[in-house]
Design a binder for this molecule. Structure first.
Ligand SMILES: [Zn+2]
Length: 280
């Protein structure tokens, strides 16, 4: 997955500008009263996430005029809204995904923002940049309003978690002829149980097995075409060298579906020695 730097924009300033966009609804006194509360909540959020304790993040409670509905409308009108006072920040956050890739799946294009802690229940963080993560529509749909207050319901948070440096899922064959493959989360014994549960949930709920499996099968189909000239001469050395070249191109990304695919293929002699032809 893609690790993103924590947004550096001033989150209190964003909150203040959103409130000031409604001069008929909120007075200066209202603002003075709410700002220390929001500052404390934002600090708690950062603390919980930094310490991998999102389970401890408290669900939001309404205070005065700052109801859940109002906080959510700040997001929809002032960040998402084309004329919103913080639309620029909204665009910047989406653009923070390198090459527009969704950091949750690394596969699709990030087109919107996800509330990592859902705004339905954690509405105090509805406009906090640290809670707004660029995401693709596919992952956003799969994640929906999943509450992160249980270990088996958490997702990787691209600003706070970095699992991009090692291979934490794998590809395997469930059938060699015809070829059928599966992607699954590995057991990573060097990780704490909390981190393992998070990775497994992330992988399963975002249906990364389907996404990566479909991409990998296409590559294997291409290999059947590309390697067919090697079949008659049984030039398995050439097949292996081609796969090694592919692997070398992706080995700096050990948490990619390509890495899982090519590293597996290099260990499968039957595949190298003509098995690549067993795909329908
Ligand atoms: Zn995605």
């Amino acid at each position: 997955m893609i690790h993103l730097p924590l947004p550096t924009m001033d989150e209190i300033d964003i909150f203040e500008r959103c409130v000031r966009a409604y001069p008929d609804d909120f007075s200066q006194e209202d603002l003075d009263e709410v700002l220390p509360i929001i500052a404390k909540l934002y600090a708690d959020y950062h603390d919980c996430l930094t310490n991998q304790r999102i389970v401890d993040l408290k669900r939001s409670v309404e205070f005065g005029k700052f109801t859940g509905e109002k906080m959510k409308s700040f997001y929809l009108e002032q960040l998402v809204g084309r004329d919103g006072v913080c639309r620029e920040e909204y665009n910047k956050l989406i653009a923070s995904a390198p090459r527009k890739k969704c950091p949750m799946c690394s596969g699709s294009t990030a087109t919107c923002l996800d509330h990592h802690a859902p705004k339905q229940t954690y509405y105090s963080f509805a406009i906090s940049p640290k809670n707004l993560v660029p995401i693709c529509t596919r992952c956003n749909e799969a994640k929906k309003n999943t509450m992160p207050d249980r270990l088996d319901k958490q997702f990787i948070h691209p600003y706070y978690d970095d699992f991009s440096k090692f291979s934490w899922f794998e590809m395997d064959f469930i059938s060699k002829d015809p070829i059928e493959i599966i992607y699954r989360c590995k057991s990573n014994d060097h990780l704490k149980p909390e981190a393992q549960a998070k990775l497994k949930n992330h992988f399963t709920r975002l249906k990364l097995d389907e996404l990566y499996g479909a991409s990998a099968i296409t590559i294997i189909e291409d290999m059947k075409e590309t390697f067919s000239p090697y079949l008659e001469a049984k030039d398995w050395w050439a097949v292996e060298e081609d796969i090694k070249t592919c692997f070398d191109l992706v080995k700096r990304r050990p948490d990619s579906w390509e890495y899982a695919l090519y590293s597996k293929l290099l260990t499968e002699r039957w595949f190298i020695e003509g098995g690549f032809n067993n795909i329908d």
